[in-house]
Design a protein around this ligand. Structure first.
Ligand SMILES: *Cc1c(COP(=O)(O)O)cnc(C)c1O
Length: 402
């Protein structure tokens, strides 16, 4: 407590964040997560900014499955996996995930952040090359930093640049090369071109890895993920993902792939070796979620119907969106202060959504991001669309109103 300059330094950096409009306050919710939430002040809001794609986060069946596992396996294990922290439910979940994803084996983590943080260093060294999309998630960037492999970066979703980097890594004589991409990029809802990535990987003898955090559970006809969407099931070497978004929404992550890879991670991956086991109620609920969505595509189909409806209607009203099919819908407002005002007005109108501006997205690309859920009713979506229209009129940003 003797270094006052340290604390005043932090204070002034925090003030700069506030004055630059980059400070992130936390909204406090007093209810379960869901398509509607009750905020601390008692207002009911339609929630358009959760990663609750299948609507399972606040769902009663999910809670019941967690309660059943809590009762059977207890609250926690006070151990890492390899000492005395592995229960039957952990092994069952790993097996179910492998089956769902079409892989040989799966290892669980406390978070996808840990899965990505602990995947590269045990598998690659200075003789190898990691070829990574420029917009990959922060946890991939951190994981790559912890590894001694040479780093190559390609422009987002740019297959010509990816090939250039593959050539460069090949010419540098790298032993193993791995192409790493988010399956879906969460700012734009862009879907990685996995069919072309697999082709390039075959051409240059490279491995492939995808992070399926915004895809597992709903992308592809039966919700297996982006690899199903792109027709490359069984052709991706490593799949990482989260249990904290569509697949129940509590927390937890995984890495899935060939058994040699998973076995190596169990022996060497630091966030797995040195961090507590996933709580059994989360493992049990995740298992129930996977069983539920393996039996029926109803939730995934409803999510995609809601997405198609919202995308069509928001454009009809006169807003500009990034084209696509993913339930992440960026509604473009371009100007940062406009986006800020817009999100604030939507909040007054009873709609929860988040605005993004530079430096999170490029300059001049400010937006509000809408995320659809299977839990949204048509009535809720119509209310949201009406609020968009009203706020758009008031702020003079509808194309037809210009
Ligand atoms: C959300 C997210 C993560 C982190 O997931 P957690 O399980 O919350 O740690 C990792 N990668 C991507 C692409 C994500 O969107």
């Amino acid at each position: 407590m003797s270094d006052q300059a340290f604390y005043s330094g932090l204070q002034s950096k925090l003030e700069t964040l506030r004055s630059d409009g980059l400070f992130k306050p936390e909204r406090v919710i007093a209810s379960r997560q869901g398509s509607e939430v009750v905020s601390q002040d008692g207002r009911t809001l339609i929630n358009m900014c959760a990663n609750n794609y299948l609507g399972l986060s606040g769902d009663e069946q999910t809670s019941q499955a967690a309660a059943a596992a809590l009762e059977k396996y207890g609250y926690g294990l006070s151990s890492v996996r390899f000492i005395c922290g592995t229960q039957t439910v952990h092994k069952e979940l790993e097996q179910k995930l492998s089956e769902f994803l079409g892989t040989e084996d799966t290892i669980l983590y406390a978070a996808a952040f840990d899965a990505n943080g602990g995947v590269f260093e045990p598998l690659f060294d200075e003789n190898d090359a990691i070829i990574s999309d420029a917009l990959n998630h922060a946890s991939i960037i951190d994981g790559v930093r912890l590894c001694k492999a040479a780093r190559y970066r390609y422009a987002n979703n740019d297959m010509l640049d990816l090939e250039k980097q593959l050539v460069a890594a090949t010419e540098a004589g790298k032993r193993h090369k791995i192409i790493v991409t988010d399956g879906v990029f969460s700012m734009d809802g862009t879907i990685a071109q996995l069919d072309r990535i697999v082709e390039l990987a075959e051409k240059y003898g490279a491995l492939t890895m995808i992070d399926e955090s915004h895809a597992s559970g709903f992308m592809g006809k039966t919700g297996r993920g982006t690899h199903e969407h792109c027709g490359v099931i069984g052709k991706i070497d490593i799949i990482t993902g989260t249990l904290g978004k569509a697949l129940g929404g509590a927390m937890g992550g995984f890495t899935s792939g060939r058994k040699e890879v998973i076995e190596t991670l169990r022996q060497k991956s630091r966030p797995y070796l040195f961090s507590n086991t996933l709580a059994p109620m989360i493992a049990g609920a995740s298992l129930a979620v996977l069983e539920r969505i393996s039996k029926s595509t109803e939730l995934r189909d409803r999510l995609m119907d809601n997405t198609a409806y919202f995308r069509k209607e928001i454009e009809r009203i006169g807003f500009t969106i990034k084209p696509g099919t993913h339930p992440v819908v960026p509604v473009m407002l371009f100007d940062a202060p406009v986006a800020q005002k817009f999100a604030a007005r939507m909040f007054e109108l009873g709609v929860l959504l988040s605005g993004f501006f530079y430096p999170v997205v490029p300059m001049g690309q400010a937006r509000v991001r809408v995320q659809l859920s299977a839990a949204h009713t048509r009535e809720q979506l119509d209310k949201v669309l009406a609020a968009f229209e009203q706020a758009g009129r008031e702020l003079g940003i509808l194309k037809s109103a210009r």
